[in-house]
Design a protein around this ligand. Structure first.
Ligand code: ADP
Ligand code: MG
Length: 647
């Protein structure tokens, strides 16, 4: 638009003023025709019209100028708008409203310009900062990523690992494997120190070791650690110094070598026992042959001397010593697995049940006997007499370890051994029967444990222990394809754990004749003559258990006295052959002359041939070769006393 409203107004008032002036001029020209008094009016009108026209003209000029400047301002503003260039300034003039406005506009433009400059700068800074931040986050992400990887490596490492503070010894972190291996939860670990997982005795060495440990990675050697359940394990330790959570720390890698060391140890043990067994067996075998000669000629000598001859007693002393030596060699042979074994399928529970009264007598009243048998127990293939001997020997040791009383527990159970578990015992995987004999006695220290099964290892006073009991047990267990282990610490009692392979085969009949038959099934009176107290008591006990009435005597003279003092019948004489003063043969002849119906069974550690050579013994006489199995004794006595009714 070319003209503003003001310009139009100015222009129209100028035209109006000009029109008035023109009318006034017309009137003035015709003044003569007008009234005299009114003759001044056109003059006055003319004058004011001219004045008005002059003013309006001036105004018009001003307005036109302003319109031009306004146009300029508009132009400039449009340029600002189109180019966005805030450096443009509006034309300023000295002093009018527009000048004021353009100055203000220019001031604003300047402000805007510096504002926009500041904005631009801060945008640049902002962009740079953004770039920096993304760089940083990238680096941080990478760090986090690698930390995460390390954490996973630590967390999921199959070997137990932990981090501890070398100042306070406190655990700072443990991995999953350590938690599973040791049994403590993560929180429990963090409340412990590394001293707490060791036996107290090892702590001074630990502190010393840590104080001298070098920085970096080093192997700290072999240590013993506790698990939560108290079990001790052997571990190889590797230590690495690391910063952890902003402080100095040690990362520990644990390698549990308990099993490996156990295997090495049992291999060593087995090799040692094998060597000792070979030697003992060899010696015992040769020695046995020598004993045959000694006792054979001893018998001949004794028989050739008159009863009144004092030298006959000398000869009998030789025979008794030879008998004891024979006993020893038999045990050595058992240890070296050269004992003749008669394996058959039997029920271990019945054997233990049958032995219960005997065991009770053996351990005495001070010791409580607990028998805990697995009703579902599988069958076992071994020599039952040998297994009885195993139980007797273990029970005797338990009794000796509990002089002030305690508890003996005999337990049987089925157990399935995994390949790993079996290997630990030198066995192959499969089903086993476990026989556990536990006492609450003195326990066994580590030093003794290492030699326990060696023949002649004993901690007992001379004359009290032979050191053969456990050797025999060991030999029998090995011969039965089983394994034996011991769990004991000084003062904590002892547990012997025996494994025997289970068999699916059915029970073999002969076992029904063993100890386990019902008490009181048999009748009759038996006179037992035996100078060895242990044997006499055992035999008497077995017979009483079967229901027989038993008279006991320790030698021939006593036997004659007992027989003389017994009003009723005596059905059977069960006598040792070689005894001091009067031998079994002489005794039987004397008794038979008094009681002709008497049946006789001889028992001896000598082969009957040795005894026959004396000529005094009836070759058809019933004979029990010592040592005999209880069921053989019962069977023999049974057939003699009830020939018509073969049980
Ligand atoms: P002995 O009984 O004649 O000493 P063993 O071979 O039977 O011989 O036992 C050897 C040693 O083992 C014993 O002297 C004893 O020190 C130790 N021993 C065996 N069984 C036990 C037990 N149940 N408690 C404590 N010590 C035992
Ligand atoms: Mg013993």
């Amino acid at each position: 638009m070319m003209f503003g409203r003001n310009t139009l107004l100015a222009a129209s008032s100028f035209l109006l003023a000009a029109l008035v002036a023109f009318l006034a001029a017309v009137l003035a020209a015709n003044r003569d025709t007008l009234h005299e008094t009114t003759g001044y009016i056109p003059v006055a009108l003319l004058a004011s019209g001219i004045l008005l026209a002059a003013i309006s003209g001036l105004q018009l000029i001003v307005h036109l100028r302003q319109a031009r400047r306004l146009k300029e301002v508009r132009e400039q503003l449009r340029r600002v708008k189109e180019t966005g260039n805030l450096a443009v300034r509006l034309p300023e003039s000295e002093s009018d409203d527009l000048a004021e406005a353009t100055r203000t506009m220019n001031f604003l433009l300047k402000q805007f310009q510096s504002l926009s400059r500041a904005l631009q700068e801060s945008e640049q800074r902002y962009r740079k900062a953004l770039d920096d931040i993304s760089e940083q986050t990238k680096a941080q992400d990478a760090l986090q990523d690698s930390e995460e990887k390390y954490r996973l490596l630590f967390e999921n490492n199959p070997q137990p690992m932990y981090v501890y503070d070398p100042e306070t010894f406190r655990f700072m972190a443990v991995n999953q494997s350590a938690i599973e291996h040791y049994g403590w939860s993560s929180d429990e670990f963090l409340s412990l120190t590394i001293k707490d997982i060791r036996p107290e005795a090892d702590v001074p060495r630990l502190v010393e070791d840590i104080s001298r440990a070098p920085e970096g990675i080093h192997r700290a050697g072999l240590w013993r650690h506790h698990k939560k359940d108290g079990a001790l394990i052997d571990v190889e330790i590797t230590v690495h110094s690391i910063p952890f959570g902003g402080q100095r720390a040690k990362l520990v890698l644990v390698n549990d070598v308990t099993e490996r060391r156990g295997l090495e140890e049992s291999l060593r043990q087995a090799q040692k026992m094998e060597a000792v067994g070979r030697m003992a067996g060899g010696v015992a075998h040769d020695f046995n042959n020598l004993l045959m000669v000694i006792s054979g000629y001893g018998e001949l000598l004794s028989g050739s001397l008159a009863e009144s001859d004092p030298r006959r007693e000398y000869a009998n002393q030789i025979l008794r010593a030879a008998s004891r030596a024979g006993n020893l060699t038999r045990q050595l042979l058992a240890f070296s697995r050269r004992q003749v074994s008669k394996p058959r399928v039997f029920d271990l529970n019945r054997t233990v049940n049958a032995m219960e009264p005997l065991l009770r007598r053996l351990v005495g009243e001070e010791v409580k006997l607990v028998v805990d048998l697995d009703r579902e127990l599988g069958h076992l293939r071994a020599d039952p007499a040998q297994i009885e001997q195993v139980i007797m020997n273990l029970a005797a040791n338990a009794r000796d370890a509990m002089p002030n009383g305690g508890q003996l527990t005999v337990r049987t159970e089925n157990v399935k051994l995994s390949a790993d578990a079996a290997r630990r015992h030198g066995l192959t995987r499969g089903d086993y029967i476990r026989l556990i004999v536990t006492d609450t006695g003195t326990g066994i220290d580590a030093e003794s444990r290492a030699h326990l099964f060696e023949p002649f290892f004993t901690t007992k006073a001379k004359g009290k222990g032979t050191g053969l009991g456990l050797s025999v047990v060991y030999g029998i267990v090995e011969q039965s394809n089983g394994a034996i282990g011991v769990d004991s610490e000084k003062g904590r009692g002892t547990t012997f754990i025996l494994y025997f392979p289970q068999t699916d085969a059915p029970l073999e009949e002969t076992v029904t004749l063993s100890l386990s038959d019902e008490k009181g099934a048999c009748q009759g009176t038996v006179l037992v003559v035996e100078d060895e107290v242990g044997v006499r008591e055992l035999v008497s006990e077995l017979l009483r258990g079967k229901g027989y009435q038993v008279l006991e005597a320790s030698n021939g003279r006593e036997a004659l006295e007992r027989a003389g003092g017994h009003a009723g019948t005596i059905d059977l004489l069960l006598t040792d052959v070689i005894m001091p003063e009067m031998n079994g043969d002489d005794l039987s002849h004397k008794l038979l002359s008094l009681r002709p119906d008497l049946k006789v069974i001889y028992m001896s550690g000598y082969a009957p041939q040795t005894l026959f050579r004396r000529g005094g013994l009836d070759p058809d006489a019933l004979f029990l070769q010592k040592p005999f199995e209880p069921q053989v004794l019962i069977q023999k006595v049974g057939t003699v006393l009830k020939p018509s009714n073969s049980n």
